[in-house]
Design a protein around this ligand. Sequence first.
Ligand SMILES: C=C(O[C@@H]1C=C(C(=O)O)C=C[C@H]1O)C(=O)O
Length: 365
Amino acid sequence: MSDEQTRLGELREEIDSLDQRIMELISARARCAQEVAHVKTDAHPEEDVFFYRPEREAQVLRRIKEVNPGPLPDEEMARLFREIMSACLALEKPMHIAFLGPVGTFTQAAALKHFGHSVVSVPLPAIDAVFREVESGAANYGVVPVENSTEGIINHTLDMFITSPLKICGEVQLRIHHHLLVSPEFQGQEITRIYSHQQSFAQCRQWLDAHHYGVERVTVSSNAEAARRASVEPGTAAVAGDMAAGLYGLDTLAGNIEDWPDNTTRFLIIGREDIPASGQDKTSILVSMKNEPGALYQLLEPFHRQGVDLTRVETRPSPSGTWAYVFYIDFEGHMDDEIAGKVLAEVEHDAVELKRLGSYPIGVL
Ligand SMILES: C=C(O[C@@H]1C=C(C(=O)O)C=C[C@H]1O)C(=O)O
């Protein structure tokens, strides 16, 4: 045997024995999580106890990133632990997560990034259908897109909160990479039509103008639908992401064609309960003010005075006409924090209406 082969043999033996230990440790961890579930059930025998604790999971993932010794990057290590927690939790009962479908969309990728792969993910055809599924209790949580760094806010999601009783329980950001995809069957044929979702076309406009100027662009309901059509129609291509490409077996003609390299979409996790503080949280509120000069100033002044960081302020026209403006505000901190509590009390005093949409851990992954 050569020196190389001897050394490789030794290393593989070491890997096998490490894998054995990792497996034993993961199993011990899973038993611990099961025990947590039993403790909770024993303490509240009359209730339908819910085991998922988003604030605790955020703390676990943050800690993993802090103490990770390398060489794996922090993100990668956290992703592995995300899956371990997901599998441990599913031992009790896999959660049902509704998302804006169909299967293969970026929203599904966001749902799996946030909850891990051991959940049942349920595709629904529209944002309001995702809200209804969670409101009715058919799904534990829902995942909907709320803003894209290139294209801005998704108004339909924000407007749902005006009437929905649901809470925001979390957020997740996803780097969005688009590719020009074709079926391997039709590779080499001239492309006469490109399918995509309107948002994705907007995020790749300059690239498409530069490389496929004049080719017909047909807007469809999702990237996954675009990929499906490109998989069956000769002479067509789709602009979509990895999940849709994998789902329909498409080849990448050109990768990462988004105009802005840091193209990111933020998604919200919607649910029915309030989330306790995790230590690094964000709060979302919806406020309506009287239509009078200085209303926005009056609304924002307490945040400034108390030194609370605003992360987003959006203005929407009132749907009912009775509210002159509706402001969506995100700020850092949990609504149970003393300072946030003070600010909210002041805002409530001046506002026509204040709706607390939720406090939730700042996205970790
Ligand atoms: C184990 C618990 O329950 C669940 C499982 C967790 C885990 O595997 O680390 C973390 C939070 C909960 O979603 C807990 O409450 O600590």
